[in-house]
Design a protein. Structure first.
Ligand SMILES: *[C@@H]1O[C@H](CO)[C@@H](O)[C@H](O)[C@H]1NC(C)=O
Ligand SMILES: *[C@@H]1O[C@H](CO)[C@@H](O)[C@H](O)[C@H]1NC(C)=O
Ligand SMILES: *[C@@H]1O[C@H](CO)[C@@H](O)[C@H](O)[C@H]1NC(C)=O
Ligand SMILES: *[C@@H]1O[C@H](CO)[C@@H](O)[C@H](O)[C@H]1NC(C)=O
Ligand SMILES: *[C@@H]1O[C@H](CO)[C@@H](O)[C@H](O)[C@H]1NC(C)=O
Length: 950
């Protein structure tokens, strides 16, 4: 490679010299630039205009010529994406005055000697990857140079002493390299130097008193080196200095008062050194200062009063020093101040009111000894707009009083840290107004009361730390709305109640510490809470669940009594007797229904995940080709691609074939796939279900055996399976078509022309409940568990009879384990029995009874099993149960039925629904019992007449 290239180069030279001899007007510049280009790689083709056959380079990209001499005067190739080496071709450009190759990817050492470029004034090689030492010869005879930048490369070694020969130098930028050793002493005699930046190197030594020679200096940046010693008094001679940055070195001693002569200076940056001593009156003379950063030193004494004279001050950072006394009141004059960081000092006195009057963006007072009431300070400046304040940290002081509710007017606040003080009272409701709040820390105070539910409107919160207070009451459910929450610490308070189950929705939790409270009950079930560290929940004797290694005790059973006579207003009136028949149905552990919700919410995640997976699955399934020829009119047909079987032996399916996957005919989608309507040759409609879980379906034999079994099941309340179609990649189930839509639509969607929701009467609802019960009893009798009950799976025919769809489909899956059941079958939110989440409990047909119970409550109340309200998640079973306990159960009955239902039927039906949703499967009645109970509720002798009246 290398050899080839040098051969190219030699031939190029030969060629150029040859051309040149033919054309004497071609100057050295073309030659020099072409040779320079030959050393470069130009992936972006920026230099294509550089053509060796041109007479003049003056029109080439990046090249400018002096109009009089027609020689190249500037070469500016910044950001051209060039790599390779900087070759000697440049030395031909005898009239070059500006060379700028910044922001490329040039490597190697400096290959040129600028001594020959006697006109060069500006050289900028910054932001490349040059390396190695800068040769001493580089700077020889650099008398014309005004500006040098080698910043942001990988140069190393000492800065050559020859630099001193650049006597006209105004700008020297060597920052961000690996230069080491001492600065060449001659540097202090470059009287023309206006800007000196050697920051971010490995330089050492002291600033000598010769610094006074730099009396043109506007800017000096020695940041991030290893300089030592004091700042000499002579610095005061550099009277034009505007910016002094000595930060991140090991400078020591106290600051010289001669700094006061730098009256034009607007930035003093001395942070992270070893400075000591006091800041005295001199600083008040520096009237142009905008930024003062003295942080991370060992300054002591008081913050001088004269700081109030610096009216242009914008940023004052004196954090991590030993300043003492109180902040001077004169600071109220610093009207431009935006950032004030005095944290980690020994400051005392009251929190000054002016911090709220100046419209500051950041106020950091942490780790001092400020005293007094925060309430008084904030409320006394109430009429002032707090809209600018973004960071307010007064943590670790000796502040007292209540948190004022005016805190809600700090509408831009992102960080609020009031931890480690002696604050009392409650967390004000107004925190909910802090929409920008990202981090809230009120830990280690004496706050009491409950956590306001308005916290749920702080929608940006990521970190919520309220530990070590005396907070009581329940965790607000609204916390579950803080979707970005990552760090939660509520430990060591007096919180009671159970953890709201919707907390399991918080996807980004990293820590959730509720240890040492008085919480009880089950932990929310869900990704994070299933693996929560035991220490995060320790010290809550009544918490239970796997994380605390303690099974949840059966909660005290509270009997719910089925009494058609009772109005339900008195649930505590010990066992009552079911009308006439003297049947006592006392169900223990019903109370635990609430805990079941834990598990349901856990399933939300699986559900949401699955919705995604499923939508991709069904999209790809829709692409399966299906030709009309696959459907012949024979009873049983084998073609190369598929097999159609109609159980009734019915012919002519061909009309429907093309419509099968026609989206217009799509009736809906369920856990097993999309359903389409199609019309048979005889004009009869059928519903066709395309199974999307195809990859899970068993072998053809297993599939056919199971489907044939299902085809034999006939019941007036079950949707009949009439046939199927099988290919390895596509399975269709052909069902009876039910015209009246599904129960979900009837309950939650249907609207007539007037916009009224079509409303089922009480008797229709009761009949639907009874029909569902009968069909489930039939299925259970045949040992078929439905697994997937939900209102959208209950179809209503033209006569108002319910028909259950999708029964038995779980049998088509190759494995019937819990994972498949809860994730693949996709049982709808709110209907799934709690035992699905509990590995040790066997799943029986009682899981259908649970789903049935939820359906009963849904039918009677007209509400969805889980509803998301503005500020809450309502779990239907919980809500109804609570209402029953409080004697308000009739308020839960669907408002469309109000005044039109017999309470002596409706209330026992509600109770039946609650019993069916018992936490413990064995406490649920079986479906045959349910039918009996329903019969008793609809007692013909008495209730019939009454309900007829309604
Ligand atoms: C610079 O060059 C080096 C070595 O050729 C290469 O690895 C790197 O990706 C280049 N960087 C840029 C920004 O082009
Ligand atoms: C020095 O160069 C670096 C990189 O180009 C730049 O960021 C910095 O501002 C320059 N320093 C001065 C004082 O101009
Ligand atoms: C003040 O200086 C300290 C130490 O240098 C730094 O950590 C802190 O971020 C600075 N404060 C502000 C508000 O920038
Ligand atoms: C609040 O301040 C305390 C004490 O200064 C500190 O330990 C804690 O980390 C801060 N909290 C946050 C969330 O930054
Ligand atoms: C049911 O109510 C009727 C009329 O209010 C009353 O006569 C009857 O005794 C009640 N039966 C039961 C079992 O409470």
């Amino acid at each position: 490679m290398r050899k080839v290239c040098s051969i190219c180069l030699i031939s190029l030279f030969v060629h150029l010299i040859f051309v040149k001899s033919l054309n004497p007007s071609l100057d050295d510049d073309v030659l020099g630039l072409i040779v320079f280009k030959a050393d470069l790689e130009d992936p972006d083709g920026k230099l294509v205009s550089w053509n060796e056959d041109d007479d003049s380079p003056c029109k080439w990209k990046g090249v400018r010529c002096n109009p009089r001499s027609n020689r190249v005067s500037t070469l500016v190739l910044d950001g051209f994406g060039l790599s390779g080496k900087m070759g000697r071709g440049l030395m031909q450009l005898k009239f070059l005055s500006k060379l700028s190759l910044a922001k490329n990817n040039l490597t190697g050492s400096i290959g040129i000697n600028i001594a020959q470029l006697t006109n060069l004034r500006v050289i900028d090689l910054s932001e490349n990857s040059f390396s190695g030492p800068v040769p001493s010869s580089f700077f020889e005879q650099c008398g014309s140079l005004r500006s040098i930048s080698l910043a942001n490369n990988k140069f190393s070694g000492q800065i050559p002493d020859s630099l001193v020969s650049c006597s006209a130098l105004g700008v020297l930028n060597l920052s961000s390299n690996m230069f080491s050793g001492l600065l060449p002493s001659g540097i202090w005699s470059l009287h023309g130097l206006r800007s000196l930046d050697v920051s971010d190197n490995l330089l050492e030594g002291e600033i000598p008193k010769e610094v006074e020679g730099l009396n043109n200096l506007r800017e000096i940046n020695l940041r991030k080196n290893q300089f030592t010693g004091p700042v000499p008094d002579e610095i005061g001679a550099c009277a034009l200095l505007r910016s002094v940055d000595l930060s991140e070195n090991s400078f020591s001693g106290s600051l010289p008062s001669t700094l006061q002569k730098l009256s034009l200076c607007n930035a003093l940056n001395f942070h992270s050194n070893l400075f000591t001593g006091e800041i005295t009156e001199w600083i008040g003379e520096m009237g142009s200062l905008q930024t003062i950063d003295l942080s991370k030193n060992m300054f002591s004494g008081a913050v001088p009063n004269v700081i109030g004279n610096i009216l242009s001050l914008k940023i004052l950072n004196i954090s991590e020093n030993r300043f003492s006394g109180s902040l001077p009141a004169s600071m109220v004059n610093c009207k431009n101040i935006q950032i004030l960081d005095v944290s980690r000092n020994l400051l005392t006195g009251f929190l000054p009111t002016w911090v709220f009057q100046l419209g500051l963006q950041a106020v950091l007072f942490s780790e001092n000894k400020f005293t007094g009431s925060i309430y008084a300070v904030v409320t006394s400046s109430i009429d002032v707009s707090h809209q600018n304040l973004q960071v307010f940290d007064i943590s670790h002081n000796e502040l007292s009083g209540e948190i004022p509710s005016d805190i809600g007017s700090f509408s831009s606040l992102r960080l609020l840290n009031m931890s480690k003080n002696s604050l009392i009272g409650e967390i004000p409701e107004t925190v909910g107004k802090l929409k920008a709040l990202y981090s809230l820390d009120l830990s280690e105070n004496k706050l009491n009361g409950s956590i306001p539910s308005s916290i749920g409107t702080c929608s940006s919160v990521v970190s919520l730390i309220l530990s070590q207070n005396s907070l009581s009451g329940q965790l607000p459910v609204a916390m579950a709305k803080l979707a970005g929450l990552e760090y939660v610490d509520l430990s060591s308070n007096r919180l009671t109640g159970t953890l709201p189950k919707p907390l399991a929705n918080l996807m980004h939790l990293v820590t959730f510490n509720v240890s040492h409270n008085q919480l009880q009950g089950d932990l929310p079930a869900g990704a994070f809470f299933n693996t929560i560290s035991p220490s995060s929940v320790a010290g809550n004797p009544n918490l239970c669940g796997a994380a605390v290694n303690k099974s949840c005790p059966a909660v005290l059973p509270k009997p719910i009594v089925l009494n058609p006579n009772s109005t339900g207003s008195d649930p505590d009136s010990v066992p009552q007797i079911l009308a006439h028949k003297k049947i006592l149905l006392s169900i223990s552990a019903l109370i635990a229904i609430g805990a079941a919700v834990v598990i349901i919410i856990g399933i939300i995640f699986v559900t949401v995940l699955n919705l995604r997976v499923r939508s991709t699955m069904s999209r790809s399934a829709a692409a399966v080709p299906l030709s009309g020829g696959d459907f012949s009119s024979s009873d049983t047909t084998h073609t190369n691609s598929g097999k159609l079987v109609m159980f009734s032996g019915e012919p002519d399916f061909s009309t429907g074939a093309h419509a099968l996957l026609n989206k217009d005919c799509e009736l809906g989608r369920g856990g097993f796939g999309a359903v389409y309507r199609t019309v048979l040759g005889d004009g009869r409609s059928v519903a066709i279900k395309k199974l999307t879980v195809s990859s899970l379906v068993k072998s053809q034999e297993d599939f056919e055996r199971e489907v044939k079994k299902l085809g034999k099941i006939h019941h007036p309340n079950l949707v009949a399976l009439e046939g199927y179609y099988w290919t390895p990649s596509l399975q269709l189930l052909i069902y009876e078509y039910v015209s009246g839509g599904n129960l979900y639509k009837h309950l939650h969607e249907g609207e007539d022309e007037d916009g009224n929701r079509s409303s089922l009467t009480w008797n229709e609802r009761f009949n639907i409940i009874l029909g569902i019960a009968k069909s489930l009893a039939h299925l259970h009798h045949l040992n078929i568990i439905h697994y997937n009950l939900k209102s959208s799976n209950i179809l209503i025919d033209g006569l108002g009879e319910p028909k259950i769809a999708d029964f038995g489909l779980a049998r088509l899956l190759p494995m019937l384990d819990r994972y498949v059941l809860s994730s693949k079958i996709q049982s709808a939110l709110g209907y799934m029995a709690p035992e699905f989440a509990c590995k040790t409990v066997k799943i029986t047909d009682k899981c259908d009874v649970y789903g049935f119970g939820v359906l009963v409550l849904e039918i009677v109340t007209g509400r969805r099993p889980v509803e998301y309200m503005e500020d809450d998640v309502v779990i239907l079973c919980d809500m109804v149960r609570g209402a029953l306990e409080e004697g308000r159960v009739d308020e839960c009955i669907d408002e469309r039925l109000q005044g039109k239902f017999p309470a002596e039927e409706a209330i026992p039906v509600v109770k039946l629904g609650l019993i069916c949703t018992s936490q413990v499967p064995s406490n649920r009645p079986d479906m045959a019992e349910v039918i009996n109970i329903l019969g008793l509720i609809k007692c013909p002798s008495e209730s019939q007449e009454e309900s007829d009246n309604n």
